[in-house]
Design a protein around this ligand. Sequence first.
Ligand SMILES: C[S@@+](CC[C@H](N)C(=O)[O-])C[C@H]1O[C@@H](n2cnc3c(N)ncnc32)[C@H](O)[C@@H]1O
Length: 208
Amino acid sequence: MRRHRYPQPPSLVELGLVPPEEERSTPHRRSGDELPRLKRFRFQLLARWVRETFPPCRVADVGGGKGLLTYLLRGDGYDAVVIDPVEQPLPDRYRDIDGGQRVRIPAEASVPRITAPYQARLGEPFDLLVALHAHGTNLAVLDTAARAGSSCVVLPCCVIEEPSVPPRDQNWFTWLVQRAAGLGLDPRLFHLNFSGQNVGFYVRGRRP
Ligand SMILES: C[S@@+](CC[C@H](N)C(=O)[O-])C[C@H]1O[C@@H](n2cnc3c(N)ncnc32)[C@H](O)[C@@H]1O
């Protein structure tokens, strides 16, 4: 597996996503009990953000892993499908974002999956491509959005199995944002309140 090490992405302050006072308070927040709880909510937070940002439409959950994001989006009326080469079962439960209580996923529940590496041909029919910490697909998702006029949401993490990579002194996040702009897209930054790589960008295409 080709894996690359690059500088960390810019901080939320450097990206202009939070004012400096708020970031100064982050170390305090992160040392508290909140951290594991936020981590467990990352699919729920992204599903809620998608609901607030895009109307119900056809969504490809690219590199969607077990499919919890797809499961939640389908519950919200989106026609969501996982595209991932590794067949993985849904988790058996998740936590409700508002009350914090555990919600069981019925044993017989499943989500539609395309069990294959992502390719533009697979992504083109969808209105919205979501790549949450997806491997090997970030550039292909941007190319698809540029060609097909679809929207996309990208929260990149590692540089794994991508067809091209930034120079060693550039961070992956900024390089991808610039790549999107270079394709004529208008990337907008956002972040979600979970621990880990929680910064992303989205492009609003002609559809949905
Ligand atoms: C770090 S996991 C992220 C899974 C999920 N999105 C999440 O946030 O938990 C990366 C996922 O990318 C998938 N993947 C690897 N190569 C891929 C490819 N070429 N096309 C689509 N998915 C791929 C892996 O199977 C894995 O499920």
